[in-house]
Design a binder for this molecule. Structure first.
Ligand code: BES
Ligand code: ZN
Length: 445
């Protein structure tokens, strides 16, 4: 275990922030390191370039008559700011209180590296794996995987498979093995409200020209009605209803009650659509969120300025069968309709990906449930996820294969936030799980 943990620490020291061009070399170095580890385990591996960050590919010796498994993960990470809120530097991993603290520890380096360790152990002991395995690790998941779908389309043969394995989602509570059979989709955009030609004295000109920050706030407020529903016209048109068996099953899942959500988020009150439980709101209902808003003076004290412009970053979580491009078009129409005439509105569409939904009781799903049961010594719960991994639906469309989401993230792992952490027991469980899972999958032929 020490050996694997030391290696994970090496992986965590790469500041592989995909969104920040200053870290391009760090992302590339991280890819090379991973390819080296996959080779050390006894598989073939190479780093393949894309128009963006590179992709790491690995393969064991494929033999006819075995199950073809694609293992996917991402080695890029989210930015670290606000840096001052970290208890230890984000790229200097430490172990404390049974957790590994570092950016990327859970999302997603720790989770996919656990699989690589499991593979290395099996190779050491047996000299081969029970399945035909292809490893695919990308460096652009956190920026919406802009180059991975085209890459798959160009290399369909190389990545042809029966089933895909991904550990990049959550467990509902410690010790509760969790199989995900769905993901929300996402559509991002940002808008600028442009007002006067320059920042103005708010006394000299306030009250006679429109304030872009006020307009931006009104536009943001117009996205929801009083009851917490998204107020964009047609937003719910294509939303697939929850199935009754899901509602019943989710009502029994631990860790996702309203009280649990309040506790883990440190919030005072729940928010959202009436008539749905927290789990249902999280996993099967779409949302509109403001991810950032800025304009005017943000520093200490006051400055009497009427800002020339204000920016807002939005994202929408989507569910089956909403279409991301259609949602972005509807949002654009909504913002244009609600924007007063005294300002100029500039809307820029961002990245997007569709929701994913599959049958958790397919033969591969059953194998995954059995692997989770054996790895954690408890019956798995079946959930959909609130987060998004856009490439999963692309896998379905390009490769025709379903994805097993075997999450190892705990509710308090703080992914995308300061003090991200990965429980050591989950790292160990992930290694065990890989070994058991490949065995279980090998029996499905
Ligand atoms: N690992 C997460 C997704 C996730 C987290 C799913 C927890 C379920 C539970 C992934 O790295 C991620 O953050 N995805 C982004 C996608 C986006 C940037 C296109 C997300 O969900 O915001
Ligand atoms: Zn993430």
């Amino acid at each position: 275990m020490n050996r694997w943990q030391e290696q994970l620490f090496e992986l965590l020291r790469f500041p592989s922030i995909s969104t920040d061009s200053a870290h391009k070399e760090d992302v590339a170095a991280c890819a090379e390191w991973l390819a080296g580890k996959i080779k050390e385990a006894g598989l073939e591996s190479e780093v393949q370039t894309t128009p963006g960050h590179p992709v790491v590919v690995g393969k064991n010796k494929h033999e006819a008559g075995r199950v073809n498994v694609l293992l996917y993960g991402h080695y890029d990470v989210q930015p670290v700011d606000p840096l001052n809120l970290w208890d230890s530097p984000p790229f200097e991993p430490v172990e404390k209180d049974g957790k590994i603290w570092a950016r990327g520890s859970t999302d997603n380096k720790g989770q996919h590296f656990a699989h690589l360790c499991g593979i290395a152990e099996t190779m050491e002991e047996k000299g081969e794996l029970p399945v035909n395995l292809t490893v695919l690790l990308e460096g652009e998941e956190e920026i919406g995987s802009p180059n991975l779908r085209p890459f798959l389309e160009q290399n369909r043969e190389e990545f042809a498979c029966d089933v895909i394995v991904v550990s990049d989602t959550g467990m509902v509570a410690p010790g509760v093995p969790t199989l995900g059979y769905g993901l929300r989709g996402i559509a991002c955009c940002e808008f600028w409200v442009h007002g006067p030609a320059r920042d103005l004295h708010s006394g000299v000109y306030g009250g006679v020209v429109a304030n872009p920050a006020t307009v931006a706030a009104r536009l943001v407020a117009s996205l929801h009605d009083e009851a917490g529903r998204v107020a964009v016209e047609g937003f719910y048109d294509d939303v697939a209803d929850l199935e009754q068996w899901e509602r019943e099953m989710w009502a029994t899942v631990p860790g996702v009650s309203g009280a649990d959500v309040l506790k883990v988020t440190g919030s005072r009150e729940l928010f959202g659509e009436a008539g749905f439980s927290s789990a249902e709101r999280l996993w099967a209902r779409p949302t509109a969120e403001v991810n950032g808003i800025g304009g005017g003076y943000q520093g200490e004290g006051s400055k009497t300025v009427l800002p020339a412009k204000t920016q807002v970053k939005l994202s929408f979580r989507l569910v089956p069968n909403q279409k991301p491009a259609d949602i972005l078009a509807k949002v654009r129409k909504h913002l244009e309709k609600h924007c007063p005439s005294g300002v100029t509105l500039e809307i820029v569409d961002g990245h997007y990906g569709s929701a994913y939904h599959t049958d958790p009781n397919s033969k591969y799903g059953k194998a995954a449930q059995e692997a989770l049961r054996k790895s954690f010594g408890a019956d798995p719960v079946l959930i959909r996820e609130g987060g998004s991994i856009p490439i999963v639906q692309d896998f379905k469309e390009v490769l025709g294969a379903d994805t097993l989401l075997l999450g190892l993230a705990l509710p308090d792992c703080q992914i995308h936030s300061p003090n991200e952490n990965f429980a050591v027991v989950n790292f160990e469980a992930g290694i065990r799980m890989n070994r058991i899972l490949l065995d279980e999958l090998s029996k499905t032929v």
